[in-house]
Design a protein around this ligand. Structure first.
Ligand code: FES
Ligand code: FE2
Length: 387
C-alpha cells in the first residue's frame, strides 16, 4: 500500500454514503504518525489547559505535546506564556508537574529565569565573550486563549486562533465558559491510536452497546434530532435535542440550567470536536472537555476535566451534587477506554481491512478527510493525481 499516494484514499474521498474508512495502516504506521506530527500537531492550535489552572503570577503547569515538554506560566503582568521546558545553558528540563515560583531556577548549574522567561542570572559565565543575556531567555511558543481555554501553536507563521476557531463561538458564546471553574482533572493512558479515540467522540451509534450502564439511552432519545455540523472553522458538532442535562445519570440530581442559553446551546447537548484532538461537551448545566493527546502512534493520553459556573460550586449542597457528575463522567470515559483498546486490538491485526460509514458517522468521515488533507494533501491534489 502506497501510504502517501492520494489515489490510495479515493474511497475515503467519496460522499459519505459511498465512502470507505481510512485503511487500518493509517492507525498503526510510525511513518504516517510522523507526518501527522509535522503536518498537524506542529501546525495547528492545540488546547493545553484552562486559564484558571494558573490564577496568580508565577503559577505554572507543565504539559507535553507530541514529545515537546512545555511550561505554561502566568507572569507578573498577568499574561500567560508558554515556554519550551529546557534550559538555555545545556538543555536541562526545568520544571515538572505544577506549582508556583518567584523565578525558574535550573537544577543543574543554577541559571535562573524571570517568570516572563527572560534570563535573570547565570553562574560561572564571567569569562564568556559576546554573551547577551537578552538572547538567552526561555524559548517562547505562541499562545492564545478562547473561552477560558489555553491554546499553543508551534508554527510561527500560523493563522490566528480566532481564524482557526472560526464560527464555533456562534454555537457556544451563550454558555459563559470563560467564567467557569475547572474541576475533576483526570488523565488516563489508552493503548490506541489518537484518531480512533477522537473518532469515538464524534458518533452516537456506539452508545447503546458501549455505554449500556451509563448513557446508552441517549442514542434512542436523540434519534430524531441528531444533527452534524462542521465549520466554518476547525471544528465539528454533534448536536442532539434534549431538555434534560446529559451530564448526570438518569435519576441523579444535577445543578440548575445555565442562564441565557441561546440557539443550538438552548435546545440540547452539543458534542464538539476541535481539530486535531479535543472534544468539548456543552450541556444545559455544565461543560466537560477531553484532550486526547497522542504519545506516539499506539498510545493516547486523555486529559479530561469538568467546568461549572462558580455559582453552582458555591451552593451549600454542591458537595452532594458534584459527585453525580463525576460518577457519570468517569464511568463513560472508562467505557470508552475499554472499547478503544478492543478496537485497536482489531485494527492492528495485519489482515484487517478498511470499512464503511453509517450516516450517523458524518463527522468521522469529515475528520478522516481533514487528516488526509494535511497528511497526504488536499482533495484537489487527488483529482490531479487521478487525472
Ligand atoms: S543546564 Fe541549566 S544551568 Fe546548566
Ligand atoms: Fe463513548
Amino acid at each position: 500500500m502506497d501510504l502517501f499516494n492520494p489515489v490510495t484514499y479515493a474511497g475515503v474521498r467519496r460522499p459519505l454514503r459511498e465512502a470507505e474508512t481510512l485503511p487500518p495502516k493509517c492507525y498503526v504506521s510510525e511513518e504516517f504518525y510522523r507526518r501527522e506530527v509535522s503536518n498537524i500537531f506542529m501546525k495547528c492550535w492545540n488546547c493545553i489547559g484552562r486559564e484558571d489552572y494558573i490564577k496568580n503570577p508565577g503559577e505554572y503547569f507543565t504539559q507535553s505535546l507530541v514529545g515537546i515538554s512545555l511550561i505554561i506560566m502566568r507572569g507578573e503582568d498577568k499574561k500567560i506564556r508558554a515556554f519550551i521546558n529546557s534550559c538555555r545553558h545545556r538543555g536541562t528540563k526545568l520544571l515538572e508537574a505544577k506549582g508556583q515560583c518567584a523565578e525558574i531556577r535550573c537544577p543543574y548549574h543554577g541559571w535562573a529565569y524571570h517568570v516572563d522567561g527572560s534570563l535573570r542570572s547565570f553562574n560561572a559565565m564571567d569569562e564568556a565573550r559576546n554573551l547577551e543575556p537578552k538572547d538567552f531567555g526561555l524559548i517562547e511558543v505562541k499562545l492564545d486563549t478562547w473561552s477560558g481555554f489555553i491554546f499553543v501553536n508551534f508554527d510561527p507563521d500560523c493563522i490566528s486562533l480566532k481564524q482557526f476557531i472560526g464560527r464555533l463561538g456562534d454555537h457556544t458564546d451563550s454558555y459563559g465558559w470563560e467564567d467557569m471553574v475547572t474541576v475533576g482533572h483526570r488523565e488516563t493512558i489508552i493503548k490506541t491510536n489518537w484518531k480512533s479515540y477522537v473518532e469515538n467522540s464524534m458518533e452516537p451509534i456506539h452508545l447503546p452497546l458501549v455505554h449500556k450502564k451509563s448513557i446508552g439511552h441517549v442514542f434512542a432519545s436523540g434519534k430524531a434530532g441528531w444533527r452534524f455540523i462542521h465549520g466554518p472553522g476547525e471544528f465539528s458538532i454533534m448536536h442532539t435535542i434534549t431538555d434534560k442535562s446529559r451530564a448526570v445519570l438518569p435519576g441523579d440530581e444535577g445543578f440548575d440550567r445555565l442562564p441565557n442559553l441561546r440557539g443550538t446551546a438552548a435546545d440540547g447537548a452539543q458534542y464538539m470536536h476541535v481539530n486535531p484532538c479535543m472534544t468539548i461537551g456543552g450541556d444545559l448545566d455544565c461543560m466537560w472537555f477531553k484532550n486526547m493527546v497522542p504519545e506516539g502512534p499506539h498510545m493516547v493520553r486523555n486529559i479530561a476535566a469538568f467546568c461549572f459556573p462558580k455559582s453552582a460550586l458555591e451552593r451549600p449542597d454542591s458537595n452532594r451534587i458534584l459527585p453525580n457528575y463525576m460518577k457519570r463522567f468517569y464511568l463513560v470515559i472508562d467505557e470508552d477506554n475499554n472499547i478503544a483498546e478492543t478496537q485497536f486490538a482489531g485494527i492492528t491485526n495485519p489482515l484487517s481491512r478498511k470499512g464503511r460509514f453509517s450516516h450517523y458517522e458524518e463527522n468521522v468521515h469529515w475528520f478522516q478527510n481533514w487528516v488526509l488533507d494535511r497528511v497526504v494533501g488536499p482533495e484537489s491534489q487527488r483529482l490531479t493525481a487521478v487525472a
